[in-house]
Design a protein around this ligand. Structure first.
Ligand SMILES: *Cc1c(COP(=O)(O)O)cnc(C)c1O
Length: 365
């Protein structure tokens, strides 16, 4: 069993994806070719955002969105320490200071009720992460941002396709950033990502930053990066879009089935909470266990791969320890010690899911 089954997905989409790739090889416009715009238009329409700017990766999406906000050295960006390193890394790279706010213990997303207490005169933005595929509490976060004149950047690298109070992830705030890393809910076959915004000026800034700050060819009006997404990778995303709605439905179904099967087989197992006003597309199907190393070893022996997202909160990583006290964000510390992700992808079969549940049940017995 694969932790994430990309082979079955390719088998189902082979003709579509191959034809899309072949078309790029035939026209030869490898950089900013027609598939780039086609993908951007399709994804903007999907999310409802006015603009989609494709970029080289999810990491680059975060960096470019932050650069578009013109952070000054010392400007603070509030975020969660329970995330992939790129979130805080790009804040620092853009010249900002990450300010870590703890998570809700049941959803593992940033606790919006703690954000206001972390705002200072230097705060410039809030960067919630829609972890595991569930959008953070954006209405509460946007309300705080509005009262204090802050921008909000959703790190939606894991949540593309998720819905929050009727809005799609990446279209719930100033910016939404996502990743097309192969294992994400919408993946390409290499690195890719996108920024979504409905602000025309910020969209233009992102487009310029993406190509070395050029407002026209060889006129560099601002600092930028080489941050474009390849035409070939956009073609792969386009080749996957026909089935994407089905995949999202399937992910939601598998999430419900995991919940039903796990809570029946292992009533004491702590599952991730999903709020009633949103769904979770399960970039990872993550549960909470004690004695994780032993549980993972038993599952591995039973042929069930697992992973840990993430084993340390960022303020316990050497590169980011300076931004908080070690004892800050206790729920993030506790979650990092207990989270374990189970196999998940749209092509996971019911039989495989049952094998996972039986193996976890035995491993915890
Ligand atoms: C994957 C991920 C990123 C980075 O995306 P890349 O495309 O790998 O650069 C950023 N934030 C979160 C939460 C992620 O899961």
């Amino acid at each position: 069993m694969d932790f994430i089954d990309l082979k079955s997905q390719y088998a189902a989409l082979r003709d579509n994806i191959n034809a899309r790739i072949q078309k790029v090889l035939d026209h030869g416009q490898y950089i900013l070719g027609p598939e780039v715009k086609e993908m951007e238009q399709a994804l903007a329409a999907y999310t409802g955002a006015r603009h989609c700017i494709s970029v080289a990766s999810g990491t680059e999406a975060l960096l470019i969105a932050l650069m578009a906000l013109d952070l000054k050295p010392g400007d603070e960006v509030i975020t969660s320490p329970f995330t992939f390193a790129a979130t805080a890394e790009m804040i620092v790279l853009a010249g900002g200071v990450p300010v870590f706010v703890d998570i809700e213990p049941d959803t593992a997303n940033i606790d919006a009720s703690l954000i206001e207490g972390a705002i200072t005169p230097r705060t410039k933005a809030i960067m919630p992460v829609s972890l595991y595929g569930q959008v953070a509490d954006m209405d509460a976060i946007n309300g705080i941002a509005q009262r204090h004149g802050l921008a909000v950047i959703e790190d939606g690298a894991q949540s593309f396709g998720a819905t929050y109070r009727g809005s799609k992830s990446c279209n719930t705030s100033t910016f939404g950033c996502t990743s097309f890393f192969p294992s994400k809910p919408l993946g390409c076959y290499g690195d890719g990502g996108a920024i979504f915004t409905s602000d025309d000026k910020l969209a233009q800034a992102c487009r310029e930053i993406r190509t070395h700050g050029q407002s026209q060819r060889y006129l560099h009006t601002r600092l930028g990066v080489g941050g474009r997404m390849d035409t070939l990778q956009c073609a792969v995303v386009l080749g996957k879009l026909d089935r994407f709605e089905w995949e999202i439905r399937r992910r939601l179904e598998l999430g419900h089935a995991y919940r039903a099967k796990l809570s029946a087989a292992i009533p004491s197992l702590q599952l991730l909470a999903v709020r009633d006003d949103r769904d979770c597309v399960w970039a990872q199907y993550t549960v909470f266990v004690d004695d994780r190393d032993a549980v993972q070893a038993r599952l591995k022996a039973a042929g069930v791969p697992t992973a840990v997202h993430y084993p340390r909160p960022l303020h316990h990583q050497p590169a980011y320890a300076q931004y908080a006290k070690a004892e800050d964000c206790p729920h993030s510390i506790a979650a990092a010690a207990r989270v374990m992700s189970l196999p998940m992808s749209a092509d996971l079969s019911e039989a495989q899911q049952e094998q996972v549940v039986a193996a976890l049940s035995a491993a915890l017995a």
